[in-house]
Ligand binder design. Structure first.
Ligand SMILES: Cc1ncc(C[n+]2csc(CCOP(=O)(O)OP(=O)(O)O)c2C)c(N)n1
Length: 569
């Protein structure tokens, strides 16, 4: 069916089409390039015509973070639009994060007016000369799946539908569309377009039955198989499928470097977060959506250990170098392949061997959970607070109605996530500044959930906190931000210690470029946007402070922040 809309400009048609394609939000950080769009927005809003909701995000870092957070909770791409090359420059780190997390986003930027005179929208500000680049897509091309410049009105529908379809096709990721001002400003009266996109949308893909059977043979021949996963839970259906495989095999699942809830952490086959202690004994390692299986420079499994890699793309084709071997590899839809593999394993596995393994790993699960609880108890009275204790207090609050967004310092041993899409860790690319925006995007996507965002003090500063707190208040997106404040970039200090354990820096503790003192009163930043905020220095006071803050978030629908003073490394 064709739709026919009365419009005034290309910008108007663009908004009409985005709304028709189900884009709900337009996370924007504007500039002179937005003039035709803002004009079109004003007209459409005044006339009650459909638009993606415009959201003013006063820094690009949380703008991209919000689209990332929204997509990781819903699976649906939203639009981020920034100001020409300079806004895109600020956004690149977030786009790299989204690319490496396979998160779909329609990222866009205005394109400086191309013409000096003669067209509606031609240059009329001094920046219009210096803000043009030879190839605007080049800055980000390596980290998007596709980039294009909208050259004229006629191709608008094809371009937008192609952009949205490409970002959602697996492996998912951001795409980049540049929008020249003159093209947006072009006058048009009628826009005809197909009611629904007819761009190809490839369906789910399963490995061939013989590949599944061959892989199942490898797994059932093993005496001590283990499973590692980092991001299986990006697809919520992969979580129950992974449970089926683990149970069919009697093998443990290790949430190594995990960025999603991949496996119920109270399941007796959950074996923690570090595979290194188990590598020596494993004779078969199944890696599910894991880009890094181990560190070859530190500890590798035995050479004869069989390796199976299961991922949308087990080659991680966008990584320049990645040498982890595979004796079998299943590409395509992870939930389908796990389900098929679980069934094939169930049919051929030796029930007695599976049962014995299961008992052994159940005991290991109990041992781990007891050790983690004991570790937290040992530091519960430490002052300044130990991050393990802070994690334990936060972890105790988590239930199925909670989403935890972790950008540094929440210790995963102190939580127990069970359901898909309840825990999100930062991108494998680790570009700092993702956390606050991702938490706000998650809250937008799941308004009924309580969103808790854990951040190092370093990560907090990278998140453009004044902008993020502004957005929380402006759009009624209450979340609890917990700052693990160690007044340092400990990740950097750790790197120095492991690089040169006997070096002067490690021996004396004098490490330039890694301290964050004098530390600001971060609680004041949150209060400046109407939030509730407290500084916590007493470990015994933390549970009550968390309860007070959560009450503000849940009952008063206001944001809250706890600045928790932790041990300085
Ligand atoms: C954009 C960006 N810049 C720098 C880094 C390098 N980096 C990784 S972790 C880290 C420190 C984070 O500090 P904080 O959040 O306080 O956590 P801590 O390491 O102290 O636990 C830095 C600077 C990065 N990952 N991303």
């Amino acid at each position: 069916m064709t739709k026919r809309a009365s419009i005034e400009s290309t910008a108007d048609a663009y908004l009409e089409l985005l709304a028709a394609r189900g884009v709900e939000y337009f996370f924007a950080n504007s500039g002179t390039d937005f003039a035709p769009l803002i004009d079109a927005y004003a007209r459409r809003l005044a006339q009650g015509q459909p638009v993606p909701r415009p959201m003013t995000i006063p820094h690009e870092v949380p703008a991209v973070g919000m689209a990332h957070g929204y997509a990781m909770v819903t699976g649906r791409p939203q639009v981020v639009m920034v100001h020409v090359i300079v806004g895109a420059g600020n956004a690149v780190g977030g786009i790299i994060n989204a690319a490496r997390s396979n998160v779909p986003i329609l990222f866009s930027a205005g394109r400086n007016p191309l013409t000096e005179v003669g067209l509606h929208g031609s240059r009329n500000r001094p920046i219009h000369w210096a803000q043009e680049s030879f190839d605007q897509g080049a800055m980000i091309r390596e980290f998007v799946k596709w980039d294009y410049e909208l050259r004229n009105f006629t191709q608008l529908e094809t371009v937008v539908d192609r952009a949205l379809a490409l970002s959602q096709a697996e492996p998912q990721g951001p795409v980049y569309l540049t929008l020249p001002r003159e093209v947006l400003a072009e006058k048009h009266e009628v826009f005809e377009y197909a009611a629904t996109s007819r761009a190809p949308r490839p369906g789910a893909v399963a490995a061939a039955p013989e590949t599944i059977a061959e892989t199942a043979r490898l797994l059932t021949a093993a005496r001590n198989p283990i499973i590692l996963t980092k991001a299986a839970g990006r697809d919520p259906l992969a979580v129950p499928a992974l449970v089926k495989l683990a149970e069919a095999l009697g093998a443990p699942v290790i949430d190594q470097f995990h960025t999603y809830t991949n496996f119920p952490q109270d399941h007796p086959l959950h074996a923690g977060f570090d595979a290194a202690p188990y590598l020596d004994d494993a004779d078969c390692i199944v890696a599910v959506e894991s880009d890094v299986l181990w560190f070859p420079a530190l500890k590798a499994p035995r050479p004869e250990t069989k390796i199976v890699q299961i991922a949308v793309d087990p080659l991680f084709a966008r990584y320049p170098i990645r040498g982890f071997p595979a004796d079998a590899a299943l590409s395509g839809t992870v939930s389908l392949n796990l389900t098929a593999l679980a069934e094939a394993v169930r049919q051929r596995a030796d029930a007695r061997a599976v049962g014995e393994r299961r008992e052994r790993w159940h005991a290991e699960h109990r041992r781990l959970r007891e050790a983690w609880a004991a570790a937290a108890r040992r530091v519960e009275n430490d002052r300044p607070l130990d991050m393990l204790w802070v994690s334990k207090c936060v972890g105790d609050l988590v239930d199925e109605r909670t989403i935890l967004v972790d950008e540094y310092d929440f210790d995963p041993t102190q939580g127990c996530f069970r359901a898909p899409r309840t825990y999100f860790g930062s991108s494998p690319a680790g570009g700092l500044g993702w956390g606050m925006g991702a938490a706000l995007g998650a809250k937008l996507a799941a308004p009924d959930k309580t969103v808790i965002c854990c951040l190092g003090d370093g990560a907090y500063i990278f998140s453009a906190p004044t902008a993020a707190h502004f957005v929380s208040r402006a759009y009624n997106l209450p979340a609890l931000f917990v700052i693990f404040n160690n007044r340092a970039w400990n990740a950097v200090k750790r790197a120095v210690r492991s690089h040169a354990p006997e070096g002067v820096a490690a021996r004396t503790g004098q490490m330039p470029i890694s301290d964050l003192e004098p530390a600001p009163d971060y609680e004041l930043v949150c209060r400046a946007s109407g939030g509730h905020a407290e500084r916590v220095e007493d470990p015994a006071a933390l549970p009550d402070a968390l309860a007070r803050a959560l009450k503000v978030v849940r009952d008063e629908k206001r944001q809250a922040l706890l600045n928790v003073i932790c041990k300085k490394p």
